[in-house]
Every structure is written in C-alpha cells, then in structure tokens.
Design a protein around this ligand. Structure first.
Ligand SMILES: Nc1ncnc2c1ncn2[C@@H]1O[C@H](COP(=O)(O)OP(=O)(O)OP(=O)(O)O)[C@@H](O)[C@H]1O
Ligand SMILES: [Mg+2]
Length: 366
C-alpha cells in the first residue's frame, strides 16, 4: 500500500492524538494491513524518543512557520519545478534562436514578440525555457488583469488577511522567465509593471517590503498586435498600450507563420506522435495553408489558417480517420463564405479529393 505522509499523519492523529507510541502504530497497522516498519520509516522526522512520536511540533513544521512569518505568504511556497517539459513535436524557426540567446545570457532584457494568432509565439518561449532548463511563469493577460493579480495582494486565510505573492514577484524572487502572454489585451492597469521593466526592484507598499529581481529574471511579452490596436477588427479586445510602457521593451521580434518546409516538419512530427502515417495528407495541408495565407495577404479572403489549426486538423484526422470530416469540422468555426473559400482552395491542392456534401452523406446512409 502506497502511504502518503500527510494522510498517514492525519489518520494517526485522529485516532491516537498527537503524542503516539509504538503500540498505537501497531494497532493502526493491524487495521490497515500495513507493516510496522513501513509506517515508522515514514514518520522518522516526528520521532521524539524510543518508541515515541510527536506528530505536532517537529523541526520541519517550525521552519515552515518561521518561513511563513518572514515572507508573509498565504502558504509557504510549494517546492515545485516550473521548468516546462520538452515537446517532441516542436520545430524551431523564426526568432526562436534569438530568444534562446537572450535567455541564455541571463541579462535582463524585456522582449516583445508580435505575430498573428497560432504561429507558435507562446510555444517557442515555452520550448526555449524547456531546452535551457529555465523556469517559466506564464501569465495570461486580460482586460481584467490588475496589480493584485500581477504583484500580489492580501488573501483571507483562517479569518486573517495575509499577503500572497503574485506571479511577477514569484518570478523575480526565483530569477525565472516571466511570460506576459497576450499583453495587448491589457488595460492601463498593467502600468504597475513599469519599474520592473526597467530592471529595478519594486517596493511592495502594502507590506512595506522591497523586492529585487534575482539574476536570471527576464520578461517576455507576446501579442497579436504591436500594442497599437487592431484596425481590421480581427483581434477584438486588443488595446492600445501606453507608449512609455512599450518603450521599456528594447527589442521586438516579428514572428511569421513557418515556411512550408518547416510547417511540413511540424505536421509530420504531430502525425507521428498521433500514429498518423499519411504523410501525403500533411503535405497537402501545408500547401493549402500556404495558398490560403498568400490569398489572405493579397486581400482575397478575410481569414487565415494558422499552424495551430493545421495541427487541429491532423488531430481530428487521427480521431475520425476521415480527411474531409477532419477539415470540415476544423473550418466550421469560420463564416460560411470563408469556409466555402477554404474548402474550394483545398480542392485545388488535392485534385483527386472531393468534399462529400453533408446532405449526400445523409441520403446515402438512408
Ligand atoms: N514551432 C512549432 N513547432 C511545433 N508546433 C508548433 C510550432 N509553432 C506552433 N505550433 C503548433 O501551433 C500551436 C499554437 O502555438 P502557440 O499557442 O504558441 O501560438 P501563438 O502564436 O502563441 O498563438 P496566439 O497568438 O493565439 O496566442 C501549438 O500548440 C503547436 O501545436
Ligand atoms: Mg499565445
């Protein structure tokens, strides 16, 4: 039986109180069909004498209490590794190497990445950190994001209000990478980050404590726009960001969709992870994405197919095992006219292929 320390201690405490002796443990083992030694080896740090354990005051608990007092957080920060896992389907392209170089130097250098939706901005930052073994804290910004969400604030715990660090302070103290994702959705409340973007520490006025960034702390922001709003209305909810705020990012990378060759590698990797063997389908999807994007840039259609959507189609194919259905269910989200143009363009890249009309399918089935 796998024993979880916390539930074991809680169970022992509830039955025998905080001060327990060997006989208590033997009784507990009989009830739970467990060996005496298994239990005692788990609770060695609670041992206070021969055959005696005190489940309440142990050095570890005292340390935790002291830590919580010095750094007034709701709960002592959980020891966890925030380094993202490497993803086998990732293929590097565009500004990836530059981003990795910046993160490798450990120099504080706020970086802005802009580009259309679903072209791998967030994924690249995550994978750069995974490859470098760097911890990453990702914060998704919305119009509602405020100082309390970012910097921290007071939370109610057991009837008392205690300070809780926000993700920005956590990242500064850990010296890790802070990803401000979709920053152009922010309101002016994001200006609370101004001193931090200058590489300085910040004075937490609510608790009177100054926090300096640890070495390695860095900020990367991603956005679909350049923080100047979206004229064509494609990115609803994006806001014009304060000029002085944008000025605090020394560099901006413009990320485009991957080239057809790169995109083919991406879809190939996704297909192989999903056990899809039809590489010809991946090639057709890449050609299709390429034509759609060219038509979009020429003003022929109002919408675009992202790398993310091509991945969605490969996934849908691995589930339904039907190419037409996979494409159709993944483009249904577009308006009828755009959807029709997309399907017609697919017919162009795959001449032997014809979309079965849904009505025909129903007739056939009857
Ligand atoms: N370089 C890449 N290698 C492998 N897959 C990729 C790559 N870039 C994008 N993808 C695929 O596209 C998906 C979307 O990527 P991501 O979420 O990073 O896009 P984004 O640019 O951040 O989009 P948004 O602007 O909407 O937030 C990923 O989950 C992945 O499936
Ligand atoms: Mg993103």
């Amino acid at each position: 039986m796998a024993l979880n320390l916390e539930s074991l201690v809680t169970s022992l405490q509830s039955l025998y109180g905080e001060e327990i002796v060997a006989a208590d443990i033997r009784a507990w083992c009989l009830m739970n069909n467990t060996h005496y030694h298994t239990v005692t080896s788990k609770i060695t740090e609670f041992k206070v004498g021969r055959g005696k354990w005190n489940l309440k005051v142990v050095p570890r608990e005292v340390n935790n209490i002291e830590k919580a007092y010095q750094a007034p957080a709701v709960v002592p920060p959980v020891e966890q590794n925030l380094t993202p896992a490497k993803n086998d389907t990732f293929v590097h392209f565009g500004p990836f190497n530059d981003i990795k170089t910046i993160l490798k130097t450990s120099v504080f250098y706020p970086t802005f990445i802009t580009g259309l939706s679903g072209n791998g901005k967030t994924f690249s930052v995550e994978q750069a950190c995974a490859q470098l073994g760097r911890e990453l804290i990702r914060v998704n910004i919305t119009i509602e994001t405020d100082e309390d969400d970012l910097i921290g604030g007071f939370r109610l715990v057991d009837g008392a209000t205690v300070w809780h660090n926000g993700p920005v302070i956590e990242a500064m103290e850990r010296g890790c990478v802070l990803l401000l994702d979709e920053i152009d959705l922010a309101s002016n409340k994001i200006l609370c980050l101004q001193p931090i973007l200058e590489g300085n520490g910040i004075f937490l006025k609510k608790i009177g404590r100054f926090v300096s960034p640890e070495k390695g702390f860095n900020v990367i922001a991603t956005a679909n726009t350049k923080g100047k709003g979206s004229d064509d209305g494609r990115f609803i909810g994006t806001n014009v960001l304060n000029e002085a705020f944008l000025e605090r990012f020394p560099v901006t990378f413009e990320q485009n969709y991957p080239s057809p060759a790169i995109e083919k590698r991406i879809l190939g990797k996704v297909a192989s992870v999903l056990g899809v063997t039809d590489t010809d389908f991946c090639q057709r999807l890449v050609d299709w994405g390429d034509i759609i994007r060219k038509t979009f840039y020429d003003g022929g259609i109002d919408e675009i197919i992202s790398t993310r959507r091509l991945v969605h189609i490969v996934r849908a194919y691995s589930i339904f095992n039907n190419k037409a259905k996979a494409i159709e269910v993944c483009v249904n989200r577009f308006d009828d006219e755009t959807k029709q143009s997309f399907l017609e363009l697919y017919d162009k890249v795959d001449v032997e292929f014809e979309f079965e009309k849904v009505e025909d399918k129903v007739d056939e089935d009857n």
